[in-house]
Design a binder for this molecule. Sequence first.
Ligand SMILES: Nc1ncnc2c1ncn2[C@@H]1O[C@H](COP(=O)(O)OP(=O)(O)OP(=O)(O)O)[C@@H](O)[C@H]1O
Ligand SMILES: [Mg+2]
Length: 602
Amino acid sequence: MIVGIDLGTTTSLVAAIKDGKPTLILNERGKTITPSVVGFSETGELLVGEAAKNQAIAHPDRTVSSIKRIMGTNQRVTLGGKEYTPQEVSALILAKLKRDAEGYFGQPVSEAVITVPAYFTDAQRQATKDAGEIAGFKVERIINEPTAAALAYGFQHKEETKTILVYDFGGGTFDVSIIKMVEGAFKVLASSGNNRLGGDDFDQVVADYLHEQFKETEGVDLKNIEDEKMRLSIGQRINEAAEKAKIDLSTLLETNVNIPFLYSEGDEPKHLDVTITRAEFEEMTEHLIEATRKPVEEAFESSGLDNAGIEIVILVGGTTRMPTVKRFVTDLLDREPLTEIHPEECVAIGAAVQAGVKVGQLDDLVVVDVAPYTLGIEVIDDRFSPIIYANTAIPCSQKRRYVTTSDYQTEANIHVLQGNHKRSSRNTSLGEFVLTGITPKPKGEAVVEVIFDYDVNGIVNVTARDRDSGAKKNIIIKQSKERMGLDEKEDARDMVSNVTFAPSSGMSETGDVQMVEDDTISVTASKEQEGKSSAQIEAEFYLNDARDFLTDKGDNIPSQMKTQIEDTVKQLENAINANDEEKIDKLSDTLLMQLSDADIAT
Ligand SMILES: Nc1ncnc2c1ncn2[C@@H]1O[C@H](COP(=O)(O)OP(=O)(O)OP(=O)(O)O)[C@@H](O)[C@H]1O
Ligand SMILES: [Mg+2]
């Protein structure tokens, strides 16, 4: 059987379709919410959830929380003297949810849909999928948390046509998505967010304040106690008190934080006793709420909508329980958020709905999500050449052609990056490999095709191919062993066999792939690409290149060359209008060559 899982930074939930309806599964303590905390007891027993959370103060060195914050990185955590990767720790949480679901249904649960923040990168998604597999699940789908929230709403309102904004402020991440729902079909128009902004940050601000207050009244800096275990334990007590104070202040105007016997100097016990008002708290944390404004504006910009275009606002995540957050969202969007959606439960419910659709338990919902980041490759002079733009509907596949920059070059380095900057060095590297076996030709004549395939989970497969020889290489973009902290040697070897690093020896020459593309084309949102064929989208890359080239450098090349380019541009525009695929393809090629020659001539 299949379940939907909301694997959260602070809490996790699991749900499944029961009697035709998405239902939250109770854990062995009879609760729907399981803390995302893992630990080992003194006797070495594995603890997950409530039990692990309960020992966090006594044994901070044997307890791990908020692991989601480092998913997709090479960081490791030490638990009871042993090192674990973030995906291994997450797998322990997922395995516990799996056992709970099996206990609840009395049958094996082998498949899962797992949610991730919409703004999770490729590496973070891959790490989450790996975690699911380590836990023994077949991961049927990775879906975005805001999309899941919209599904939870849509399941109840299948007949409606509405534009929804989901504002998801959880324990560790902030996400915003704008989703169009048309009678059970969901299309994500835009997503944005911040993967390192959440309730944990509010706790931190309050904890820092408590430390300061203690230092002022007692003269002891608790962050600098020498005994590490004691320091961690006191830090944990203060963090928990800070979170509790924060939650109290969502309903109270004032709260007292009282931790007796927090520390002792000699025989003299010292207590923490601080009163915080809601006004003080709101002032301390205002910047954190303000930080959500930009992603919302970005989502508006890439969807081409504004406030007026939004019909429903859904609040997701525990942090949206704060009155200031509600006020902020209401002001920002000029609309009261919906109250019928449960902010902590809706993501798991939506994941269960998606799971139900996947196995045919539910049949009338369709979801189209988008790529959260722009992806492309590095080309000559540190320029970045985008191939798939942020907010393009997925799954999708996009091809671009490039030409060589050195005479008789037989290898090309394909460096895959994510980001919006014109300079490759300012974007995030996802991986690189060398395409070998390029047919030796004068520079600018050998054509390399680079193809990006984005799957429904938001995971990317990159292929590069020499058009003449057919020589081909491809990688699934996964972080390298070092960066990801994967244990399996197989994986690392896989990468290495695909990646031969330049410079090479012998006769072959390695060069960059030349970009005949300009940097200034604005982001083509999925909206603009809708209904166009892949060849048309590709041709538009070159048309943009050509127009910009003519504007920037048109006067520096022989006039005959310029006329030829102008002529090809016209023909290509006509071919696009006429929908003539074959002609589009041929003319794209001609234009690419002409631009390459022109580039060399300048
Ligand atoms: N009443 C409340 N007022 C303020 N904050 C709250 C309240 N209830 C819960 N929170 C905070 O909400 C956060 C947890 O929210 P949630 O369970 O939605 O996050 P998550 O799913 O674990 O995280 P993420 O989605 O970022 O991975 C915690 O930081 C918690 O302190
Ligand atoms: Mg969440």
